[in-house]
Each structure stands twice: as C-alpha cells, then as structure tokens.
Write a protein that binds this ligand. Structure first.
Ligand code: AMP
Length: 401
C-alpha cells in the first residue's frame, strides 16, 4: 500500500511517500517552503539517491501538491509509474476539539469540523484544510485521511481536561484542555510498550516530547490520562519560544502596565518567551543555549535549568496521576539528542526511582534504546519519534477499517 503523508503549514508543505507493503519504506520525501512568498525553496529526494534543491515559484498549496505529483512520477525523479498507485493520503491536522477524536477519512462533514476549529487553531487548521483541498483537486479519487494532533488526548478524563473556570465556558464554548503532539505521544508510547515486551494493558508510561515545542503525556494501558498542553499549545512546559505555564494574572497586569494589545501579548507568550526569552542570546535552539552555558553564560545555564526543572515537576505529577510508573520516554529534537538535558531532568532522583546509566545516556543513535541503569526502578528510554510514519500507519488503519 502506497501512502502519501502531507503536512501543510502556513507557507510550507512537507511530504513523505511510504510503501507500507515494503517494510514501510520511504520512497521519497521533500519540503516546499515560502509558498506564495519571494524565493520559494523546493527540496526533494527519493530512495534511489535522486536529490533536487532549487528556488521555484510556487503560488499556493494546490501548485505545491501539483509539484509533488510531478516529482513522484517524473522521468528522473519519479518513484511511481502513475499517480493512481497512491492508495491514500494522510494529512496532519492540528486541532479537532471534541468534534474529531480519532483519525478519520475526510468527508465534507470532517472538513466542516476542521473549519469549526479555526477559532482555536487559527495558525494551523486553515492551512491543514488547504492541504486537504489541494490534494482533492490534484489527486481526485484518492482517499484523504485526517490525523489529528489532539486525537490521542481525547481519552483524558474530565478531572484532567477541565479548567477551574465557570462550567458554562466548557459546556457552551468547549474551553478545556485538548493537548497536542498526540501523534508523536501515541507513536512513542506504542513503540516503548512494544520494545519493553511487558503486557501493554498494564504499562504506565510518561512520554516527554522535547522539541522546539514541548509537551508531556501520562499514558496508562495505551490510553492517554493527562497531557501538558491545553486549549492551545501554550500551556505546560517551558519551550523554545513559548512560556508554558504561568500565572494568568500576569497578562492582565502587563496589558495594563505596558498598554499591550491582544496581539502584543500573543507575540510575547508564543514567540518571545521560553528559552529564547530567558537566555537572551537571540536563539531558541537548545544547542546554542547549551554551548553558551558551557562557555560560562549564566543566563543560558539558568534557562536550561528552568527548562529541565519544569519537565522534572511534570514527571513527579504524572507519577502521582498514574499511581506509579513503568517507563519514562524521551523523544523529539532535544529529548532524543541532548545528553545534558536528560541528565539534568533526572539528576539526583535515585531515591524516587530513576537511575540513569551515564554511558548509555551518552550514546547517540537513531534507534530506540534504554538509558537507565539495570537497577533503576523505572526504565528510561529514548524513542526516536516519527510523526510522518505514524500518520501513514493511522491512515492505513483507517482504510482497513
Ligand atoms: P523538533 O521540534 O523535534 O524538530 O526539535 C528541534 C529542537 O531540538 C531544536 O530547536 C533544538 O532545541 C533541539 N535539539 C536538536 N538537537 C539537539 C542537540 N543535539 N542538543 C540539544 N538540543 C537539540
């Protein structure tokens, strides 16, 4: 089965073509960036080592999908004889609110639901939908499946998803916690359970997705019980440029004190905060912050400590939420690659049940691996995430059902 995965953002389309029947092999992938802007950049490569990179004008998502199709069947670049070989297209969709709680085949009704979530996801859902509509126009007759970031978290109980606000804000306006990165949390928690080998129905797993955006999930028997992001991806951990949890009264105070507009506050919390704001070296990339901290920059060292401390606090609260723990998982850019961050998160927690093996923690590998010591009460794993593959797998499951 051939599945095309599309992740359509505000000005980009990322794509991967999988042959699920051939060991989930990646046949081709690529990225089109700055769509509709000056200097659109196009990158494409296939499994036969063909590589393309150039600036090509691409006006809109439909033209972007046309270009993808051209690559896939091109004389030199192609990996398919004809586009009809594509069995399905899996789309990343960010928000499904309570309207969509699992991966779904895209129908007019599902498109309506994606639209109804525009107000809570104005930066993502409109572009995700544009990607779906572009595929419908360019590849008619190929089924489209939506894989929603929020879906994995839809099993959270009310005690975890309700805010301490008047109940009618939930009942009438659906103001509640939804969570994001669900496709990644689902993928790595499944992979961790399969790797571990104990019966998955009993396993309690905490997943730490630590990338530029960062979130955690508490998972029991494969079912999500709690997660750190909320109505929007701003809540929870300290991130690259987002503040994560803070006293909501700060917004009111700042709006009055500095005469800030709604847009100013939005920018401040989403784009100028997190490690970017705390470290103050003009970068939100933990590699830069770690390097500066190593050279003695105190603010960078403090930003890293604050980042790690927030993860640590959530681990503590999720052990309580799950009534214990079996496996802790690190994933995503920083979770998979930063030896220092993982060590900082779990430093001096032996009495609580975490004992890292420094040599195992120092290993760099694209494989799933154990980094805890054999006598650690809780197992700690690094599980490389693969959201594209997860979307392809969910798409295959939807078609099979
Ligand atoms: P992601 O959003 O999962 O693509 O993760 C990207 C982020 O991961 C980057 O912005 C960095 O902050 C972080 N990252 C990637 N590699 C490393 C590394 N070797 N050490 C520390 N942080 C890293």
């Amino acid at each position: 089965m051939i599945i095309l995965v599309i992740n359509a953002g505000s000005s980009s389309v990322k794509f991967t073509l999988f042959d699920m029947s051939d060991n989930k092999k990646v046949l081709a992938n690529g990225l089109i960036e700055r769509i509709g802007l000056e200097g659109t950049s196009v990158k494409y490569s296939n499994h036969k080592d063909y590589k393309y990179q150039d600036k090509v004008p691409v006006k809109n998502p439909q033209d972007a999908v046309k270009l993808v199709a051209k690559f896939l069947v091109g004389e030199e670049s192609g990996v398919l004889k004809k586009l009809e070989e594509i069995d399905a297209i899996g789309h990343r969709v960010v928000h499904g609110m309570e309207k969509i709680q699992k991966p779904e085949r895209i129908t007019e009704q599902v498109k309506e639901a994606i639209k109804e979530c525009f107000s809570v996801s104005p930066l993502h859902n409109p572009h995700n939908l544009a990607g779906v509509e572009a595929c419908e126009a360019v590849l008619p007759g190929v089924p489209n499946v939506g894989v929603f970031d929020t879906a994995f978290h839809s099993t959270m109980p009310p005690r975890a998803y309700l805010y301490g606000l008047p109940y009618n804000l939930y009942a009438e306006d659906r103001i509640r916690r939804y969570g994001f990165h669900g496709t990644s949390h689902a993928y790595v928690s499944r992979a961790a359970a399969a790797f571990d080998g104990r019966p998955p129905q009993n396993l309690r797993i905490i997943t730490c997705h630590l990338g530029n955006g960062a979130s955690m999930a508490a998972v029991k028997g494969g079912i999500c019980q709690d997660t750190s992001m909320g109505l929007t991806p701003l809540e929870g951990l300290l991130m690259g440029t987002r503040s994560g949890d803070l006293d909501p009264a700060i917004l009111l105070h700042l709006m009055k004190l500095k005469n800030l507009s709604v847009q100013d506050v939005d920018n401040l919390l989403n784009k100028q905060s997190g490690v970017l704001g705390l470290a103050g070296v003009g970068s939100s990339d933990l590699r830069d912050i770690e390097e500066a901290a190593d050279k003695g920059d105190k603010k960078c060292a403090m930003a890293l400590e604050a980042y790690a401390y927030r993860v640590r606090k959530y681990i503590g609260s999720y052990i309580a939420a799950l009534g214990g723990l079996d496996i802790l998982v690190f994933t995503a850019g920083a979770g998979e690659n930063s030896v220092t961050l993982r060590a900082a998160v779990l430093a001096d927690l032996e009495e609580v049940g975490f004992k890292l093996d420094p040599a195992r923690n120092a290993v760099r590998s694209p494989e799933i691996r154990v980094i805890s010591a054999d006598d650690s009460r809780y197992k700690v794993l690094v599980v490389p995430t693969n959201e594209e593959l997860a979307i392809a797998e969910f798409t295959q499951e939807v078609l099979a059902s």
